[in-house]
Design a protein around this ligand. Structure first.
Ligand code: SF4
Length: 343
């Protein structure tokens, strides 16, 4: 299958033109206004002679068959595989980015890589490989919106629910157009200062999108990477957990251990004591499912019944060692329903 591509990109959605010739991109909170010949902050949307075009359509920069636990999603078909695709670009610039080769590919990326016309094969390939869902992940799906829309249609044709793993900084209007089944949304901190200085993002936009996703009935789990000295104060964690619990005490919160990366190589890994304290704060604020990630051992990533305390799902890394929810999605001991998609 071939696509009707312009020599310098494919027509973008979600933008308006200005009298000056600039194009206002409406895809995310930045509202970039590139002049003709310029790109937006994400480097993958270009004003081509007054028309906004997307440069990363079909550029599958990463593709893999992953356990859904890797996203991480713990309440969404445990032990299933998710066919995972990412294209280059990102609308944030996190100092500790773990995928910066893909998220900030540089000006020359599109001269070296080639787009692939494999979209019509991905859905069936995913099913052949035993995937139970289709994930847009690794970079930021928002900035490959047009490609993600078509990948989503292909997934739907093959009966595969679609997952986004995202920084949550999109224009909330696009969420209703994507037919998403599940999202893992990064909530990277809980002050605007942190967001501005460490991610170049907007806290308010992420909070809006978490609420919006829940209102659309999308299954949502939230992840926070705990960075020593930057977002781990008790005040910030209490406010963050309180916000999540106010939306729903059933909302799973993943607290991940930080390791030095990219421009944060001078910061040490998160102490285990900080992770345990964050978990305690989450539970104290009313969250029923708080998980610790990037941390081996004990029961850090297991699911327990919030009513009777029975261990319901055991996890060992990305592997499932126990799953008592596969049949009914309820605790077999006390019958308490456990929120999520289990069967
Ligand atoms: S998607 Fe890219 S070009 Fe559009 S507003 Fe966001 S950063 Fe700017």
């Amino acid at each position: 299958m071939s696509f009707d591509r312009l020599p310098q990109g494919r027509p973008a959605l979600m933008w308006e033109s200005l009298a000056s010739g600039a194009a206002v991109c409406q895809l995310c909170f930045r509202s970039c206004k590139p002049a003709p010949g310029q790109r937006g902050f994400c480097q993958v949307r270009l004003n081509n002679a007054g028309q906004l075009v997307t440069l990363n359509y079909g550029y599958t920069g990463a593709i893999s068959l992953d356990p859904v636990e890797k996203k991480p999603l713990y309440h969404f078909f445990p032990a299933s595989l998710t066919f995972s695709v990412g294209a280059p670009g990102c609308n944030l610039a996190c100092l500790g980015c773990q995928n910066h080769d893909l998220s900030r590919p540089g000006q020359d990326y599109f001269g070296q890589a080639s787009p692939s016309d494999i979209i019509s094969q991905l859905g069936s390939l995913a099913r052949q490989r035993g995937a139970k869902s289709f994930s847009m992940t690794y970079s930021e799906p928002t900035v490959f919106y047009e490609y993600a829309l078509d990948l989503g249609l292909e997934a739907a044709k093959n009966g595969l629910p679609v997952i986004w793993v995202t920084n949550g900084s999109m224009n909330p209007d696009i969420l209703a157009k994507l037919n998403l089944a599940a999202m893992n949304i990064d909530l990277k901190g809980f002050t605007e200062d942190f967001y501005r200085q460490v991610t170049s993002g907007s806290l308010a936009q992420v909070l809006t999108n978490i609420e919006k996703a829940l209102s659309l009935g999308i299954w949502v789990e939230v992840t926070t990477l705990l960075i020593p000295g930057l977002n781990d104060s008790q005040t910030d964690l209490t406010n963050l957990a309180r916000f999540l619990a106010s939306l729903s005490p059933d909302l799973p919160w993943h607290i991940s251990r930080f390791f030095p990366r990219h421009r944060q190589r001078d910061i040490p890994p998160t102490p285990v004591s900080s992770l345990l304290l964050a978990r305690e704060i989450g539970r104290r604020e009313g969250l029923k499912y708080v998980y610790l990630g990037n941390l081996q051992g004990q029961d850090f990533s297991d699911t327990f019944c919030p009513s009777c305390g029975k261990r319901l799902v055991g996890r060992d890394g990305y592997a499932i060692s126990l799953n008592l929810l596969a049949e009914s999605g309820a605790c077999p001991k006390c019958q308490t329903p456990i929120p999520g998609r289990w069967t």
